[in-house]
Write a protein that binds this ligand. Structure first.
Ligand SMILES: Cc1cc2nc3c(=O)[nH]c(=O)nc-3n(C[C@H](O)[C@H](O)[C@H](O)COP(=O)(O)OP(=O)(O)OC[C@H]3O[C@@H](n4cnc5c(N)ncnc54)[C@H](O)[C@@H]3O)c2cc1C
Length: 368
C-alpha cells in the first residue's frame, strides 16, 4: 500500500490525506476495483523539520477510519506483504528487522566516530597554536587517545555482533551464540549511540573554534550522531529490552555472555592480567546484582540503564583483551586495553541507588 491523494492543507505543515492502493508489481494482473478512494482511509500528517538537515522532512502520520476489512482485502492480494504477524505478535514479527537496523545503527556510529577522529588527527598535525603544532601537546594527544580507545572498543563490539549475525543467518550459530546475539544487539545499539554523541562533542572541540563553524562541515557530525541514540529505540527503551531478553531467556542470555567472557579471558596474556581480573570482578558484581534482584522488577527496571552500560563496558573490555592477545601483543593494543579498563566497569554495585526511596527523591529533585 502506498500513495496519497486528495491532500488538503489545513495549516502550513499539516494536512489530511486519503490513501489508496497501488497494486503490487508482482500482482499486476490483479488490481482492486476502487470506486471511492476516500472510503479506504484517511490520515493526518504533520510535516516537521529535523535537527540534521532542514531540507529533509519527516512526518508524523495518524491514520484513522481505516475500513475494518481493508487488511483482509490486502491479504487476498499480497498476503506476504500485508500480513506481518498475528494480532498481538507485531514486535516479535519484526524482531529480525530490528536486529538488522540496530546493528546498522551501531555500524554508522562507529564509522562516524572513526571519520571524525581521522580528521581530528590530521588537523592536529597541521594546526599550530601557542607556537607549536597540536600533536606536540601531550594533553591534546591524551584527549585523542581516549577517543581512539572508545572507537576501537566500539568497532570490536559491533563486529562481534556482525559475526554472530552471519552465523545466525547461515544456520551455524550455537545456542549460546544466538543468546549472545540477542543480548548484544540492544547493547551495541545503545552504547555506541552514546559513544557517537560524546566522541562527536569532544571531537568537535578538538578543532577549537573551527569545530563550531558550519562551513567546515564538522557540526554535522554532532547533529547526525544525535539521532543514533533516538531512532530504533532510545537508550532507556533498549535497556528495558536487555532486561526483557534476560527474563525471557530465564537468564540464559547472561549465562551465555558470561561463558563467552570466561572463554575469551582464559587466554589473557600476563601483561593484562590485572585488567582481566577487573573485568571478571565487575561481571561478578553485575551477575550478583541481577541474581539478588531477580524477583524485584522495580529495582531491575530502575537499574536497567546502568546494567546495560556495565555489561557493554565489560564485554567491550573483554573483546579488547582478546583482540590484543590475537595480534602479537602490540604495546599500543595493550595500552588501549589499560585505558579502557581505567573507567568504572560495573555501575550497579551499590544496591541502595535503586531503592524506592531513591526513586522518590529523584522525583522530588526533578519536579519538587
Ligand atoms: C529522524 C527520525 C526518523 C524516524 N524514522 C522512523 C521510521 O522510519 N519508522 C518508525 O516507525 N519510526 C521512526 N522514527 C521514530 C523513532 O523510532 C522514535 O522517535 C523513537 O523510537 C522514540 O520513540 P518516541 O518518539 O515515541 O519517544 P517516547 O516513547 O515518547 O520517549 C520519550 C523519552 O522517554 C523515555 N521513555 C519512554 N518510555 C520509557 C520507559 N518505559 N522507561 C523509561 N524511559 C522511557 C525515552 O527513552 C525517551 O527518552 C524516526 C525518528 C526520527 C527522529
Amino acid at each position: 500500500m502506498t500513495g496519497t491523494s486528495c491532500c488538503s492543507y489545513q495549516r502550513s505543515n499539516r494536512f489530511t490525506f486519503d490513501y489508496h492502493l497501488i497494486p503490487s508489481p508482482r500482482n499486476k494482473h490483479r488490481t482492486m476495483s476502487i470506486s471511492n478512494v476516500s472510503e479506504l482511509g484517511r490520515g493526518v500528517a504533520e510535516i516537521s523539520n529535523m535537527l540534521t538537515i532542514s531540507r529533509i522532512h519527516t512526518a508524523l502520520m495518524a491514520i484513522s477510519n481505516m475500513r475494518k476489512d481493508l487488511f483482509l482485502r490486502f491479504d487476498e492480494i499480497i498476503p506476504e506483504r500485508i500480513h506481518i504477524s498475528d494480532l498481538g505478535k507485531g514486535v516479535a514479527g519484526i524482531s529480525s528487522m530490528l536486529t538488522l537496523t540496530r546493528i546498522h545503527n551501531a555500524v554508522a556510529a562507529c564509522s562516524s566516530m572513526r571519520k571524525l577522529l581521522m580528521l581530528s588527527k590530521d588537523y592536529s598535525l597541521k594546526r599550530e597554536a601557542f607556537g607549536n603544532r597540536l600533536y606536540n601537546y601531550p594533553l591534546h594527544v591524551q584527549t585523542l587517545a581516549r577517543l581512539e580507545t572508545e572507537v576501537r572498543a566500539a568497532t570490536l563490539f559491533v563486529f562481534q555482533a556482525v559475526s554472530l549475525l552471519s552465523k545466525q543467518e547461515s544456520g551455524k550459530a550455537t545456542g549460546d551464540e544466538l543468546h549472545l546475539l540477542r543480548i548484544l544487539t540492544p547493547l551495541i545499539k545503545l552504547y555506541t549511540g552514546k559513544q557517537a554523541m560524546s566522541v562527536s562533542s569532544e571531537g568537535l572541540e578538538s578543532f577549537g573554534g573551527q569545530g563550531y563553524i558550519e562551513e567546515t562541515g564538522l557540526p554535522n557530525f554532532l547533529r547526525d550522531a544525535q539521532v543514533l541514540t533516538i531512532w530504533e529505540g532510545t537508550t532507556n527503551i533498549l535497556s528495558l529490552d536487555v532486561l526483557r531478553c534476560i527474563s525471557k531467556s530465564n537468564g540464559q542470555a547472561l549465562i551465555s555472555l558470561k561463558n563467552d567472557v570466561d572463554q575469551k579471558l582464559s587466554r589473557t596474556p600476563s601483561e593484562l592480567s590485572k585488567e582481566a581480573e577487573k573485568l571478571q570482578m565487575a561481571l561478578k558484581s553485575v551477575l550478583q546484582f541481577v541474581t539478588t534482584n531477580q524477583g524485584n522488577l522495580d529495582v531491575l527496571t530502575f537499574a536497567a540503564r546502568d546494567l546495560s552500560y556495565s555489561l557493554s563496558r565489560i564485554y567491550m573490555g573483554t573483546l579488547m583483551i582478546e583482540h590484543t592477545a590475537s595480534c602479537e601483543m602490540s604495546p599500543v593494543d595493550i595500552h588501549a586495553c589499560k585505558r579502557w579498563c581505567e573507567q568504572q566497569l560495573s555501575l550497579v554495585s551499590n544496591h541502595d541507588q535503586y531503592s524506592k526511596q531513591s526513586s522518590d527523591m529523584d522525583k522530588e529533585l526533578v519536579y519538587g
